[in-house]
Design a protein around this ligand. Structure first.
Ligand SMILES: Nc1ncnc2c1ncn2[C@@H]1O[C@H](COP(=O)(O)OS(=O)(=O)O)[C@@H](OP(=O)(O)O)[C@H]1O
Length: 329
């Protein structure tokens, strides 16, 4: 008998009768894997278990005033930003220079739970070693801004991380092929590229996801901070200070003197995290191997993968979608 699908592929199996009924009324597309589907809800495509979780989260999630959220489109730097923000928020309790810092023995996805996926799709509740961190609760989400539970979008602070669509697509393609069901062929890049450009991927369209948070960051800069993966690569210290200020826990003169910002960057660096034992051999509760979250970790890897024609097509869409909004990524 073949082994059962890992949890992340059991997308239809956990649906309630109400969700099953709802999805029959929604527009449907083939998903990334042949056996999966995506459903259009509030302008975005979701796999069915995530859709059920989003709806449940919209009805039930009650944020605390002090809760902090990281929002991302998948593959835009979620793992990295989870590590950085977790370290910023908890630095009094877990000094970044401590040899026992949680990031040295846990993957960032174990320390910071996803609102819809961990909490609502899989009932993984925060434990002492996760978001019930000693300071403020900190969650991540891939939900588009339009789908956030209302109290959260009206009151809480959200850091939104985005990345160049060319690198995002390439990262997504590699990741999804690693997760494919046993025996399934790789999804070829041309088909995947078409799905990405058409917006028919989980949490897509990418453009609308980014624009939703971009606009809100302009309207309410004290509530939504827009951070670019490329900027964190280029000027990590500036961006770490910017995030800490935004979260109202800027660094003291004493911390600056001690080099705390540099230590946060070292601890969360690609090399440090990819090299740690937990990320070389560990697995998340949903069955995904930790090592799959660390591939190249560079800016511009698309040059090694996309044809000139694909790059040109994506540049054209970026210009069309983001040009008028004053967004450069
Ligand atoms: N510490 C650090 N520094 C820089 N880059 C990093 C880091 N950790 C992960 N990565 C790279 O981020 C990409 C994975 O994206 P996400 O973490 O958003 O994936 S996910 O949405 O949580 O599945 C993926 O990008 P690619 O290498 O381009 O595929 C990872 O390698």
């Amino acid at each position: 008998m073949p082994p059962p699908n890992p949890e992340y592929l059991q997308q239809e199996e956990s649906l309630t009768p109400e969700s099953r009924e709802l999805i029959t009324t929604l527009p449907r597309q083939n998903g990334w894997f042949d056996s999966t589907h995506l459903y259009l809800y509030q302008g975005f495509w979701f796999q069915p278990d995530h859709l059920q979780a989003v709806i449940s989260c919209q009805s039930h999630f009650q944020p605390l005033h002090s809760d902090v959220f990281l929002a991302t489109y998948p593959k835009c730097g979620t793992t990295w930003l989870k590590a950085i923000i977790f370290t910023i928020l908890n630095r009094k309790h877990f000094p970044p220079s401590s040899p026992n810092h949680p990031l040295l023995t846990a993957n960032p996805h174990q320390l910071v739970l996803s609102l819809e996926i961990d909490l609502y799709a899989h009932n993984r509740l925060p434990t002492a070693s996760t978001t019930s961190s000693p300071s403020r609760r900190f969650f991540s989400t891939h939900m588009p801004h339009a789908s956030l539970p209302q109290p959260l979008s009206q009151r809480n602070k959200v850091v939104y991380a985005c990345r160049s669509p060319k690198d995002t697509f390439v990262s997504l393609w590699h990741f999804m092929n690693k997760l494919r069901p046993q025996g399934a062929p790789e999804r070829d890049m041309e088909t995947a590229f078409r799905m990405f450009c058409d917006g028919a991927v989980g949490y897509g369209p990418f453009w609308d996801h980014v624009l939703g948070y971009w606009r809100r960051s302009l309207e309410e800069p004290e509530r939504v901070l827009f951070v670019r993966y490329e900027d964190v690569k280029e000027e990590g210290a500036v961006q770490v200070r910017r995030m800490a200020e935004f979260l109202e826990c800027g660094f003291s003169a004493e911390e600056e003197e001690e080099g705390v910002v540099d230590r946060i960057l070292e601890l969360s660096s690609f090399e440090s995290m990819r090299g740690s034992e937990v990320n070389r051999v560990g697995r998340l509760g949903n069955g995904i191997e930790n090592k799959h979250f660390f591939r190249e970790g560079v800016v511009g890897d698309w040059k090694n993968c996309l044809s000139a024609q694909m790059a040109q097509e994506l540049d054209g869409i970026v210009e069309e979608k983001f040009g008028g909004a004053g967004l450069v990524i």
